[in-house]
Write a protein that binds this ligand. Structure first.
Ligand code: CP
Length: 302
């Protein structure tokens, strides 16, 4: 059974992760339908933009027989009049059984969990974490390869501001990965406070070429333009990497490419049709993984 709130990958034990993966498999076999949320309402409180996370949570709740309320930006809410996160959460907890929350501030979900009477699922807080994305990432690896332990991971791109990266690396602490390569420009290296939470060594480099032939799972990320304080700094790094056909030709035949999406231009569109490209499949698994998480938080098992 999961903790009441899902804020960080570090909150989850290996057993809980495996349980969510097994539940996701079960929902797939059930054609992603159940009635266990009948009579329940889930609030989708998205203060920041989203396509996949918000809609896959919405789909997951509806496929489980529940209903959703909420918003997809602070525009049109009373946040525009100056209402605080705390007061917004106090309202939503009285309207719903679960709050799924995305916010631009690091720690917003944790703060909400400290005041909310209903569970909070962190759907992304600033540059901090996005734990359900990490569950989808490793579930995809398990679906494609059948196992996670021993695989070499290469995480590419914006490791400083990317919250999906933080959650993925922290979720990997519950497994036994092989080598973990972190490839980024010097300015976008992983932050020390994140690195300090890992229990495996990482190899940091700015050269994808040096590690690509040793990689089983290439995890590509977007440079997070919206988190740069200075646009000139973004311009310096925005085109640092591009995964193209020649990159894929250097990869192991049975390797895979993941990306939490959205993609801007860091993966050439011609890569999409190659067998290594698993990122759209990865996104499609979001519904059943989120059904598994919701089941553990407010479904039948409570
Ligand atoms: N991966 C992800 O969080 O995508 P969205 O921003 O579209 O939700």
């Amino acid at each position: 059974m999961l903790p009441k709130h899902v804020i960080s990958s570090l909150d989850l034990s290996k057993e809980e992760i495996e349980l969510i993966f097994d539940e996701a498999d079960r929902y797939e076999k059930l054609n992603r339908t159940s009635k266990e949320l009948e009579g329940k309402v889930v609030a989708l409180a998205f203060f920041e933009p989203s396509t996949r996370t918000r809609n896959s949570f919405d789909s997951a709740v509806q496929r489980m027989g529940g209903r959703t309320i909420g918003f997809s930006s602070s525009e049109g809410t009373s946040v525009e009049k100056g209402e605080t996160i705390a007061d917004t959460v106090r309202m939503l907890e009285s309207y719903s059984d679960l709050i799924v929350m995305r916010h631009k501030l690091d720690g917003a979900a944790k703060f909400a969990s400290e005041i909310s009477k209903v569970p909070i699922i962190n759907a992304g807080d600033g540059k901090h974490e996005h734990p359900t994305q990490a569950l989808i990432d490793l579930y995809t690896v398990r679906k494609v390869k059948g196992y996670i332990d021993g695989l070499n991971f290469c995480v590419l791109g914006d490791l400083k501001y990317g919250r999906a990266v933080n959650s993925l690396l922290r979720l990997l602490t519950k497994f036994k990965p092989g080598k973990v390569f972190l490839v980024s420009p010097q300015q976008l290296r992983i932050r020390t406070e994140v690195k300090d939470t890992l229990n495996f060594p990482v190899i940091e480099t700015d050269s994808l070429q040096d590690v690509i032939d040793m990689t089983d799972v290439l995890y590509v990320t977007r440079i997070q333009k919206e988190r740069f304080a200075d646009e000139i700094e973004f311009e310096k790094v925005k085109e640092s990497y591009k995964v193209d056909i020649s990159t894929v030709n250097s990869m192991r035949k049975d390797s895979m490419i993941l990306h939490p999406l959205p993609r801007v231009n860091e993966i050439d569109r011609r890569v999409d049709k190659l067998p290594q490209a698993k990122y759209f499949y990865q996104a499609s698994l979001g519904v059943q993984v989120r059904m598994g998480v919701i089941h553990q938080v407010i479904g039948d098992s409570r």
